[in-house]
Design a binder for this molecule. Structure first.
Ligand code: LMR
Length: 396
């Protein structure tokens, strides 16, 4: 049976790290996958995470299964991050949360649910979007469409075109939005534009599905939830996928969540029951450790504050690297103006480099970035900045 199986192409993001690891050139630089690195080039474990792990090690009594949807305490922590600590949605019965294996697990759970319960829905993705979005939704059997998002000439949000594109959305369709730090462009709607988007989706009768993978990396933990909260004010129903890979540094613990917010408690309960069925037939129940870390931190006032401070530290370092990147490019002779990169938010810089330039960076300089020209700013350091900028100037 296996004789006729063709080889699948490598993943457009994680496949680059596989190629990077095989690359024997000693000066190689990996700025492809979105992973935070500190000034020394290491991906650190947050100190507050280590403290939470020490506490868990001392108190954990069992490795028994978690409920299909994870611990209720974890769900409550997730909703407090999304809706605000004092929000009724954090504790009431109009929202419910499933603990999932990472943000990708949440997206796939949402996709399976949509395919099973809303089979006519078409899911609309921003153009461009995270390379894996379309693949996850298509794997679940959903039809995908795109709406304009990025204005390459302005290096900013193509808001008018976005609104026009979303006007084609039918009632019952699903619209995927990035809550903040849009991946790959780093360009987000303003709070006013979020309100307009909320009103538009309400008018179209579309379901927002929000991908929230970088909370705290844009402006701040609460500030980055402005889009989600504007949507909550505008529409009755939405789904939100959370990832704690980046903001808790829990990449390999696969820690995420899918939250449903509805209009009536009984409807939320019904959707939640379907989500549990999807989870049970997919991965049964979630991995415990990452969720336990997040819950330990967010339910302790002192640890929570330490986490907020550490997230701010990561955000500040990334913003410092953005500034240095733009300055170093200019100093090394770049003729193009890259100052727009300072305004982008989150881990990535959407550089405007072409596919051919990206390939030359890899082949001639051992520098790995994603084919769209997306560069992981969070992987830049004072040490790799010079060689990186020299190489970019050469391939331009
Ligand atoms: C990325 O976009 O690089 C990250 O979200 C990691 C991934 O899984 O692709």
């Amino acid at each position: 049976m296996f004789e006729s199986v063709p080889t699948a192409p490598p993943d457009t993001i994680l496949g680059l790290t596989e190629a990077f690891l095989r690359d024997e050139r000693p000066h190689k630089i990996n700025l492809s996958v979105g992973v935070y690195k500190d000034a020394s080039g290491a991906t650190p474990i947050l100190e507050v995470v280590k403290e939470a792990e020490r506490r868990l090690l001392a108190t954990e009594k069992s490795k028994g299964y978690k409920p299909i949807s994870g611990d209720p305490a974890y769900g409550r922590c997730v909703r407090e991050l999304l809706f605000g600590a004092g929000s009724e949605l954090a504790s009431g019965d109009l929202a419910a949360t499933c603990h999932t294996p990472g943000g990708t697990g949440a997206l796939r759970l949402a996709a399976d649910y949509l395919r099973q319960q809303h089979s006519g829905t078409k899911i609309w993705l921003s153009d461009p979007t995270w390379d894996n979005h379309g693949k996850v939704f298509k794997a679940a059997g959903l039809e995908c469409g795109t709406y304009p998002y990025f204005d390459a000439a302005k290096n900013g949000l193509a808001f008018e075109a976005m609104v026009e594109g979303l006007s084609a959305v039918r009632a019952g369709d699903t619209v995927l939005l990035h809550a903040c730090c849009h991946n790959p462009t780093g360009v987000d709607p303003t709070p006013e534009q979020w309100q307009q988007l909320g009103a538009l989706l309400r008018e179209r009768g579309a379901l927002p599905l929000v991908d929230f993978a970088y909370q705290g990396f844009g402006r701040g933990v609460d500030e980055d939830a402005v889009g989600v909260r504007a949507l909550v004010d505008a529409v009755d129903e939405l789904l939100i996928c959370s990832s704690f890979s980046k903001n808790f540094g829990l990449y390999n613990e696969r820690t995420g969540a899918l939250t449903v917010k509805g209009k009536r408690a009984e409807e939320v309960a019904a959707v939640f029951s379907q989500l549990k069925t999807c989870a049970r037939t997919n991965y049964s129940n979630p991995p415990a450790h990452g969720g336990a870390i997040v819950t330990t931190i967010l339910t302790d006032a002192e640890l929570r504050q330490r986490w907020i401070d550490e997230v701010a530290g990561m955000r500040d370092r990334i913003n410092g690297m953005r500034q240095l990147f733009v300055e170093t490019l200019a100093a090394r002779g770049a003729t193009r103006d890259f100052s727009f990169i300072v305004d982008q938010k989150g881990m990535f810089s959407f550089s405007g480099l072409t596919k051919a330039q990206v390939e030359r960076l890899r082949d001639e300089h051992a520098i790995y970035i994603v084919g769209s020209g997306r560069i992981n700013v969070a992987g830049m350091t004072e040490t790799n900045m010079g060689p990186l900028c020299d190489a970019i100037v050469q391939v331009m």
